[in-house]
Design a protein around this ligand. Structure first.
Ligand code: E4P
Length: 220
């Protein structure tokens, strides 16, 4: 299993590399827009910072434009994976881009069955399907779709990797680990995990007790 970082922020990519959590990067138009400036230049920088796959999403909704943009994005660097939505137009674009040897990540998949037509593409098979896990939970819907999607991929005997995305919490992260080939995690989630209040409180409790020992009895 691999961990990608879900961000378009160069500082975050540099920061989280130290922890082995940047085996790839996923971006989307919203993440790029949040950073401002020249999005294509930013994408080039990200691709040069990361050895693994970097997902870049199309910004058109008709397949001819998706195909043209997908080819341009794929030309940015050899590690670009073109993200396409799980729509009819996305399907048409995925088919053509696959035949042009462009790597693809099918995104905005909320129920496993949406992935089926994309999983049936064989020449070549789609590289990744992204299960969006956190977004439904924003609306109070607990998503089990990563497990269903993994079962669907296995039942169809496909090599497509399940990429669990939109991971906002520790619980969401833990719930996809049995199924995902890749989990893309935003920096905010890793930051929260490193600042668990029980860990910080426990550390303080232990050290406060330790400091009550006479100095000559403490190990240095
Ligand atoms: C990843 O591929 C998706 O673009 C991303 O995880 C979506 O996250 P969000 O639901 O926080 O926007």
């Amino acid at each position: 299993m691999r961990f990608f970082l879900d961000t378009a922020n160069l500082y975050e990519i540099d920061h989280w590399r130290e922890f082995g959590l940047v085996q790839g990067v996923t971006t989307n138009p919203a993440l790029l827009a949040k950073e401002g400036g020249d999005a294509l230049g930013r994408l080039k920088n990200i691709c040069s910072m990361v050895a693994g796959p970097v997902s870049a999403e199309v910004t058109y909704q008709d397949h001819p434009s998706m195909i043209q943009q997908g080819l341009r994005l794929a030309g940015v660097a050899p590690n670009v994976v073109v993200k396409l939505p799980a729509t009819i137009e996305g399907y048409r674009a995925a088919k053509v881009l696959g035949s042009r040897n462009v790597k693809r990540n099918i995104t905005l998949t909320f129920v496993a069955t949406q992935a089926i037509p994309f999983l049936m593409l064989n020449s070549p098979p789609v590289e990744y399907v992204s299960a969006i896990c956190g977004r439904p939970e924003d609306f109070g819907v607990v998503s089990l779709e990563a497990s269903y999607l993994k079962a669907t991929i296995d039942r169809l005997s496909k090599v497509t990797q399940l990429l669990a995305a939109s991971i906002r919490t520790s619980v969401q992260l833990a719930s996809v680990i049995p199924y995902a080939d890749v989990v893309t995690v935003p920096p905010s989630t890793w930051r929260t995990l490193f600042a668990n209040p029980m860990t910080l409180q426990g550390e303080n409790d232990f050290l406060n007790a330790w400091r009550e020992l006479p100095a000559e009895w403490r190990t240095s």
